[in-house]
Design a binder for this molecule. Structure first.
Ligand code: FBP
Length: 599
């Protein structure tokens, strides 16, 4: 074939790499394999492990049906008896929230386990599509073209929160009209909370439809400790960011003139930043959970970074990489208070504020309704950040932190702090608390420093890549588990995999065991608690033990591109291996490798 034809032949997911990756085998746990080696549904048995949330009594009042039916016990998948087989079931699946690598393998897992005797349906554009009834029958063979492929484009996604009586009624209509026996919701904490409510609602309405959640989010915060160490998509996203941050480390040390300030996705938890920091060893990585715990103000964060830049300069280093988690602003105590106050005022005066013609008018309306401290802080922020804090909320009422340019805010403040340090050397250098010890020559040299920065935001580039081998395996098994749960008539569970290093144990976690009551905008809301970086975890401790060394010398590592073949293709996320006490990072094992072809 000539080169001109080759270029057009690669359109539609047919690049040479896509062709090869599509063929990669995926491991399958023995619980999903029949004696003939073919994929079949697993059965689930009760274990003596349980998930009991905080405020269980309140949750029991809100979810009486699902709690009574399932209790709080965790279920475990076991091989089903060969004589059992279920046919004629209709199962629909939707993606919810941001894309995460591996979503298409969830569809492949579902298609494989439902087999030719059951029907798989797809819901277009997320929970919004479920409400509208935008549903179609998936021709199972069409899944073959998206096995191991990235993105959510086969179905699409959205962030609709199902909360009104009218929406629930419409969901019921979709379920009844399409004679659904099962609904699989692939999403993060908010989406799985949706799933818990839909499961309860349908039970209450006497509709026999299993609702099963699947833990998705690159942020890694839809997790449940040893029962579910991580959500899918995290591994791929962090491998991609680690490659890019590693390259920036390498470029900084080569060009010797820039500080690269990199904001990394993660709406709330800093798990992505922690993983990327462990992988790449940058000069600075801020961890929001630590900042909140230490009650660090914006000024003290800026001080901390300016100090590291100064100490590096003393060693002749005027470059480096600084990692900033996307969710940082909400964890800085005074910013968190400001956002909470804004949320309350915005909720209380929603109608009045919507009617105001400009951001300026909205700002003028809001400022007197904030506490003086918050009003002062708000007024001191750059106008574009004020605008984002006022205007941008998602359907779940969250500030869209991905739109807030924290990296630029920090650069501006660090630049100002360094200029202050140059102007008032006696305030910042010498002996005494908080001062930097320095010789007269070092101070003179410091005065000559110019700070050249580049800002970056790494987020969207990591969400829709072809999944890592880990995520491809994880998601395929999650699809098998969710399909098996539906076929065995379970409802109100989340499919989970744990023990990635020894066979991949397949569990079902009761959604009501994950939900807790929380005050949002002055109202009681029920949510699945996000799993944040724990400062007592081995992964954080190892970072904390090493960071001073990484701060003052270039000791970065550059992990390079994610691999699909070879020794480094089987890595698990470092935070998972460290926190779950695995013997190494390098060899997940989730069962027997199978070439997947859906017939
Ligand atoms: P999910 O939790 O829905 O998977 O989304 C996570 C995320 O990638 C965050 O890290 C980020 O804040 C957000 O999506 C951005 O989403 P959007 O696509 O709405 O800009």
């Amino acid at each position: 074939m000539d080169l001109f034809s080759k270029v057009s032949r690669t359109a539609g997911k047919h690049s040479p790499l896509e062709e090869e990756v599509r063929k990669l085998p995926v491991p399958v746990s023995s619980v999903f394999l029949g004696k003939d080696g073919k994929i079949r549904p697993a059965a689930f048995r009760q274990t003596d492990m349980a998930l009991v949330c905080k405020g269980h009594d309140r949750i029991r009042q809100v979810f009486p049906k699902t709690i009574t039916k399932g209790g709080s016990a965790i279920l475990e998948a076991v091989a089903a008896s060969e004589s059992e087989s279920v046919a004629g079931k209709r199962v629909a699946v939707l993606f919810s929230g941001g894309p995460a690598a591996g979503g298409h393998n969830v569809l492949a897992g579902l298609a494989a386990v439902l087999g030719s005797n059951n029907t798989l349906l797809g819901i277009r554009k997320g929970p919004g599509g479920l409400v509208k009834g935008d549903i179609f029958e998936i021709e199972k063979e069409s899944i073959n073209s998206i096995i191991n492929m990235g993105g959510f484009d086969f179905l699409g996604t959205d962030r609709t929160k199902i909360k009104t009586a009218e929406q629930f009624e419409k969901v019921k209509r979709t379920v009844v009209k399409n004679r659904l026996d099962g609904l699989v919701v692939v999403g993060g904490d908010d989406s799985n909370t949706n799933a818990a409510f839909i499961a309860e609602y349908l039970e209450n309405e006497g509709i026999d439809c299993s609702v099963i959640g699947i833990p998705k989010t690159i942020d890694g915060d839809m997790a449940a400790g040893r029962y579910l160490p991580i959500s899918f998509g995290f591994d791929t996203a962090t491998k991609i960011y680690s490659e890019l941050v590693g390259n920036l480390n390498q470029d900084a040390a080569s060009a010797v003139k820039y500080y690269h300030v990199v904001k990394l996705m993660g709406r709330t938890a800093s798990k992505i930043t922690l993983e990327v920091a462990l992988q790449t060893k940058p000069a600075v990585a801020l961890i929001s959970e630590e900042i909140a715990e230490k009650n660090m103000s914006l000024d003290s964060i800026v001080d901390h970074i300016a100090r590291i830049i100064t100490l590096r300069r003393f060693k002749g280093i005027n470059h480096g990489v600084i990692l900033v988690p996307e969710g940082l602003v909400e964890f800085i105590p005074e910013m968190g208070r400001l956002i909470a106050e804004l949320n309350t005022v915005l909720a209380e005066y929603q109608k009045d504020i919507t009617d105001l013609p400009s951001v300026e008018h909205k700002r003028e309306f809001l400022l007197p309704r904030l506490t003086p401290q918050s009003a002062q802080l708000m007024a001191s922020l750059p106008p574009d950040i004020q605008e984002m804090l006022i205007l941008d909320r998602d359907d779940h009422g969250n500030v869209k932190v991905s739109q807030i340019e924290t990296e630029k805010l920090l650069i501006e403040k660090i630049r100002y702090r360094l200029s202050e340090m140059k102007r008032h050397t006696d305030r910042f250098f010498g002996a005494g608390e908080g001062k930097i010890e320095a010789s007269a020559e070092q101070v003179e040299d410091f005065k000559k420093v110019t700070l050249s920065t580049q800002s970056h935001f790494l987020g969207y580039e990591g969400r829709s890549s072809k999944p890592s081998r880990f995520d491809a395996a994880f998601t395929f098994q999650l699809g098998l588990a969710a399909g098996s749960l539906v076929l065995s008539g379970k409802t109100g569970y989340m499919a989970a995999i744990t023990d990635f290093h020894k066979g991949g144990r397949v569990l079902a976690l009761p959604l009501t065991g994950l939900v807790t009551a929380e005050m949002r905008h002055g109202k009681e809301e029920f949510v699945i608690e996000k799993s944040l970086v724990e400062l007592s975890s081995p992964s954080f401790k190892i970072y904390a033990q090493n960071r001073d060394k990484w701060a003052i010398k270039d000791c970065f590592s550059s992990p390079g591109a994610m691999q699909y073949w070879g020794p480094t293709s089987r890595q698990v996320p470092m935070i998972v291996a460290l926190d779950q006490d695995y013997p190494d990072f390098d060899s997940f094992d989730m069962g027997e490798e199978k070439q997947i072809i859906i017939e």
